[in-house]
Design a protein around this ligand. Sequence first.
Ligand code: BGC
Length: 364
Amino acid sequence: MSKKIVSIVLALIIAVVFIGCGGGQKSQDTGKGLIGVVMPTRSEERWNKDGEAVKAGLERLGYVVDLQFSDDDIPTQVRQIDDMITKGVKVLVIASIDGSALSNQLANASAAGIPVIAYDRLLMQSPNVDYYVSFDNYKVGLQMGDILITGLNLNQATTAKPVVIELFAGSPDDNNSVGFYQGAMDRLQPFMDKGVVRIPSGQIDRAVVGTLRWDAAEAQKRMENLLSAFYSGSEVLDGILSPYDPLSLACLEACKAVGYGSTPGKPLPVVGGQDCIVASCKSILAGEQYATVLKDTRSLGAATVVLIDDIMQGKAITGLDTSSYNNGAKIVPSLLLDSVIVTKDNLKEAVVDTGYHSASEIGL
Ligand code: BGC
């Protein structure tokens, strides 16, 4: 009798395990299919929102999503993509860490017939990239320049008293950094040429002013070094070009540490940013960071979901930009969204009223 119970229980366990591994997996994958989504890191606010937006949108349409974050570690990202290819994902969505480091994985995806979407950051030096969904990175750069033009009133600046700024750029291995910096410099260069904007460090080259992996600690260190090397006398820093909110906040910290914002004649420098993170919204409301650029991750996620669904249904994909993004091996058809400058004046309307952050999150 007890033997009979034991064998019934065993049979049940085997059945459950079998359904869990084989049957369950199979029924999960049928229908709309498994989609692989890789984001660079959980440690930056935006990629969590991006990952969530893509996953939730796909799940609403009935897809199963394997969402992974790569800890800003290239071997981890490589392994995650390899695993997804092995699992047989139907489409791969990749926000890379280093855009040039995944060529083998992209070749394997192509060999397996898996379409690849470069998400936000272009995948470089590979013919095996099917689409690029992002914001118009050059326009984002123009907005970064416009923030300084307005915040520092550059149109009124004179050669008698030039406005003093320092420049920061994004990670050199992220192709977006090129567009951001190019756009910003296209706005700022005319003022530098006229002699109404001055850069005491003389550091302008993108390779020199870049910030590997967008690391705020590295930017803070560089800002501290600039302040002690070029601003220890009477020189006062008026503004900072910064392509990313955590870098902006880190630069402001370095400035505060040497008396900016608390010494007469040394107000906090005007600094913009990007991503509209909660901490920067608070800083903007407190009158410290001057502005940021909002790239609504919900829209990028939604556009990606529509693209994936169209690919899966075999629909013709139309309305793409087929000239702007050459990754070194091909021009990648791109879907480019618009971004918005956020200052204290429009923060409620652009961020809270649209539901990007709640009033309570940003302390409004
Ligand atoms: C993204 C930015 C982000 C930065 C750091 C860039 O590729 O476009 O939105 O601030 O990476 O994560």
